[in-house]
Design a protein around this ligand. Structure first.
Ligand code: BDR
Ligand code: CA
Length: 309
């Protein structure tokens, strides 16, 4: 099958890092470029992390462009799941020699969309600042976007692990609102599903068997990440961003339900929450395919295979 052309916008971040690795290694993805946003750490750190990772995995040819330093309309609130560098656990990854693309991420994304022979899938695994800005600045480029698959949101709250808000949306809710109301085909891979792809001891046992330099780095990332998650939430590490990427490689990994999703910009305790109307009570039609279930076993098998092969 022809690989899917993808532009990946991310804020590495351990789970973003694994999404990057998967995007580069999957034959189902043609990774056209990577744009960086602030979120899990400040922009200089998320950018440095992306360059280190791509160089380490031999993806020096994948261009990286740095984007927005802060959300569209708010102060930056940093994520807390990845430690101060955004990628604790692997301080030994060499300093990158690869140069950053001179374009700002918004111009970089616009350039790649214009140049693409066919509509491109945008995968967003960080706050939606760069993509919201892109859609505001170049609305005519919407015709070059096949779909947007984003990690973000929390709709169902069936378990105690799901909070009313999810970080990527909370960090830049105005940008999220622009993206989900863009009229584009948007799939939200939120906490409802990502909190079911958890790395714990059985997954570590499989990862330990992948005794390669890459396998060992991923294991080190996940050991740090798992410990932090367990301390904060009492469960292992959720592979949020890798699942969004995996759902592009194999859309059958998740099921979705269509709904109108609104982002709460005023709630005291629900600020940044994604409020889904599955029964069309608001009579606003649908604007999002909301991921509602996941085959986590198949997800992990995909991950192991991509790390191994
Ligand atoms: C999202 O926030 C970040 O911590 C992760 O990288 C992921 O994109 C999960 O809420
Ligand atoms: Ca992320």
């Amino acid at each position: 099958m022809k690989p899917v052309p993808v532009l990946l916008d991310c804020d590495p971040g351990h789970d973003d890092a694994i999404a990057l690795v998967m995007a580069h290694r999957s034959p189902a993805i043609d990774l056209l470029g990577v744009s960086i946003v602030c979120g899990n750490a400040t922009l200089d750190r998320t950018t440095d992390n992306a360059l280190r990772i791509l160089e380490f995995i031999g993806a020096k040819d994948v261009r990286v462009a740095a984007g927005c330093l802060s959300p569209l309309a708010r102060e930056l609130v940093l994520g807390t799941a990845d430690g101060p560098s955004g990628l604790e656990g692997s301080p030994y990854l060499p300093k990158p020699k690869t140069r950053l693309d001179p374009l700002h991420a918004v111009e970089f994304l616009a350039h790649h969309l214009r140049a693409a022979a066919e509509p491109v899938t945008l995968v967003a695994t960080g706050p939606l600042t760069n993509i919201g800005f892109l859609l505001l600045k170049y609305p005519s480029l919407k015709s070059k976007i096949a779909r947007i698959v984003l990690m973000g949101g929390a709709m169902y709250r069936r378990t105690e692990y799901i909070t009313p808000t999810e970080f990527n949306i909370f960090c830049d809710p105005e940008a999220a609102r622009i993206v989900i109301n863009s009229g584009l085909d948007v799939t939200m891979v939120g906490l409802d599903v990502t909190m079911h792809v958890i790395v714990e001891e059985p997954q570590f046992a499989q990862l330990r068997k992948i005794d390669t330099p890459l396998g060992r780095v991923v294991l080190d990332w996940l050991k740090f990440y798992e410990k932090l998650h367990r301390g904060q939430m009492g469960v292992g590490g959720a592979l949020h961003d890798p699942l969004a990427l995996a759902a592009v490689i194999d859309p059958t990994l998740i099921t979705t339900r269509d709904a109108h999703v609104a982002v709460d910009l005023t709630g005291t305790f629900t600020f940044g929450a994604t409020v889904a109307d599955f029964w069309n009570e608001r009579q606003l039609g649908t604007n999002v395919h909301v991921a509602s279930s996941v085959d986590s076993e198949r997800f992990f098998n995909m991950l192991y295979a991509l790390l191994r092969d």
